[in-house]
Design a protein around this ligand. Sequence first.
Ligand code: G4P
Length: 282
Amino acid sequence: MNFQWYPGHMAKARRMMQDDIKLIDVVIELVDARIPLSSKNPDIDELAKNKSRVILLNKYDLAEPKYNEQWKAYFESKGYFVTLVNSKTGVGVKKVNEIVQEACKEKIERDRKKGIINRPVRAMVVGIPNVGKSTFINSFAGKASAKTGNKPGVTKGKQWIRLSKNIELLDTPGILWPKFEDQAVGLRLAFIGSIREEILNILELSLELIKFLHENYIGCLAARYNIEEADDPVQILSSIAERRACRIRGGFLDLNKAAGIVIDEFQDGKLGNITLEFPNKM
Ligand code: G4P
């Protein structure tokens, strides 16, 4: 399967982020808990050099708890400050404040020694499209927060949201693009809906997903669709089509329709908590 790219947008977003990063102390990077590595762009390591780093495993509600913990430990072992977040419901969001302070402890201490006290740390949110940046900012900022307005020396139009007396957040997130060159990464991004549907072959995609689920989460398709899970993905999809009465004229099975159902239901979390890449295999 081939995926398309838009280098123009990417270059512009990267330039903007380069400018914004100069203004901040800590980068809050959102990754998707179902694909923590595939939803991460290593460019951020270069861009955020010398900044404190926080990773949020967002959408953890859709991933498998056991792997959420393993991924948390994985990133912590690489020196990040990490926490699990469900930005949609707000679960885990409160903890982010604490993690950010921890990540900035050395900086706060340096400031204190220079006699600067109570200067809020400045943070920005970054992540790939659709990872939940806007949802997170809304949840993190909440209703109580106040926009602090433009600051002298800050590019006109930049808005800082005062989250507490300790944190100011840049209201615009930085957009990173995932590394699509790797087809396995592209496939995982497509599974979670991070690639525009128009450029995907849904039938092929769903067969790949079914193959993955059958190998790693055996029984989840059988349970959801009340089918026998055969070893052949086409056979599984046909059984799903039959169960869901997906038919075209002449009574033939409509595999495309069934494929769309499987992808949609997976993305909605209806097939259960599923992680698509595992730290011990990386
Ligand atoms: P972005 O700014 O990074 O592009 O992402 P955005 O916040 O627009 O979020 C993309 C989608 O992910 C949204 O769903 C949002 O509700 C969902 N989302 C964000 N965080 C979480 C989370 O922690 N858990 C779950 N389950 N979903 C999350 P949507 O389909 O665009 O809209 P809707 O489903 O909210 O109607």
